[in-house]
Design a protein around this ligand. Structure first.
Ligand SMILES: Nc1ncnc2c1ncn2[C@@H]1O[C@H](COP(=O)(O)OP(=O)(O)OP(=O)(O)O)[C@@H](O)[C@H]1O
Length: 326
């Protein structure tokens, strides 16, 4: 494949929905919703990228355009060189999709039969199919579930079943929309481990939408943040801290209970919490803790302290909030 061109390419992609809103008896008003408002990015083959944003940001709409379910209202979009809405069937052979909120499996059929249907639908060569199925059954722990009708599976079991179904035809790219939603800690870990191996061993390109930032922290080196249909950030997860003007926290244990610490020489430091002899001080993540620690040690009866890194959830929440205010 030529370098420089992305495996997934979007340029100025838009999706506008027309919605009717009732304003009175027999009266309604037409309104445009710009779900995706001029988005551009490239994803290289083999990348694993997080695509995050608050509710209604336009994440699912983007994924639906990438699969060809929805046609963009404007802009240019290519996946593996294919225009998804024009050649949806051809593209379907090369992509896999998992929507965490609903299943693509047949509700009344045992998993095994759902997989047989996928086998036939995608005309996967027999040996290849068997190999892929065996691998998924082993790594996703599906052995005991193959003969259970989908409706009897727990959410975590069903999700693992869905992920397997999306991979039986060897897709080069996998879109995951909330793959860990509602799962317990053990199932989440299993799904994440599987996706990490899939990406590392098979080089499958993965675009992951989630509200669980641990998914992103554990799986994606790159993250894109979308809000109001626009791309707000595209880069390393660590870089979000700088954009989000995040703060680190100094947890200070004093000899005794004292009024909140105040440092005249450090105006950017705030005491955010006091609990007995323990105090929490927030300071800009871009700054160093050393001078701060020295000042506190000089002016207060210090017993112990530790520094906590900014919480990525808080950084992103702040970022969404500031976009809202603009
Ligand atoms: N078929 C549709 N008709 C009209 N409006 C729609 C349609 N689909 C989505 N929208 C609107 O487009 C915007 C983006 O929705 P989308 O589902 O893409 O967001 P999202 O980022 O996936 O949100 P969530 O995290 O809640 O799933 C929302 O305002 C939504 O109401």
């Amino acid at each position: 494949m030529a370098t420089g061109t992305g495996f997934i390419e979007l340029d100025g992609v838009e999706k506008v929905f027309e919605v009717r809103r009732r304003t009175g008896f027999l009266r309604s008003e037409r309104r445009e919703v710009r779900a995706v408002d001029g988005i551009g990015f490239r994803v290289e083959r083999g990348e694993m990228v997080g695509y995050i944003g608050p509710n209604g940001a336009g994440k699912s709409t983007t994924i639906k355009m990438l699969t060809g379910i929805l046609t963009p209202s404007g802009g240019r979009l290519r996946v593996a060189g294919i225009d998804p809405s024009r050649e949806r069937t051809r593209l379907a052979h090369r992509i896999g999709v998992v929507f965490g909120q609903r299943t693509t499996l047949w509700w009344d059929l045992p998993l095994r039969d759902s997989y047989r249907l996928v086998h036939r639908m995608y005309r996967v060569p027999d040996a290849r199919f068997r190999e892929n199925l065996d691998r998924c059954v082993e790594l996703l722990d599906l052995g005991a579930l193959l003969d259970v009708p989908v409706r009897q599976l727990s959410l975590g079991q069903r999700m693992r079943g869905d992920i397997a179904a999306a991979l039986l035809h060897d897709p080069e790219v996998l879109y995951l929309d909330e793959p860990t939603i509602g799962l317990d800690v053990v199932s989440k870990a299993k799904v994440r481990g599987f996706l990490r191996d899939l990406n590392a061993e098979r080089g499958t390109t993965v675009l992951l939408t989630t509200h669980d930032l641990t998914d992103i922290e554990q799986l994606c080196r790159r993250v894109m943040v979308i809000d109001h249909g626009r791309l707000m950030y595209d880069g390393a997860l660590a870089g979000l801290h700088e954009v989000g003007e995040s703060e680190r926290t100094l947890v200070v244990d004093l000899e005794r209970e004292l009024p909140p610490i105040r440092l005249e020489s450090e105006p950017s430091v705030r005491t955010v919490k006091v609990e007995g002899p323990r105090q929490w001080l927030a300071f800009p993540a871009s700054g160093s803790a050393a001078p701060l620690v020295a000042r506190i040690a000089a002016e207060y009866p210090l017993v112990d302290l530790s520094v906590r890194e900014p919480d990525i959830e808080a950084v992103i929440a702040k970022m969404y909030a500031s976009a809202e205010a603009r």
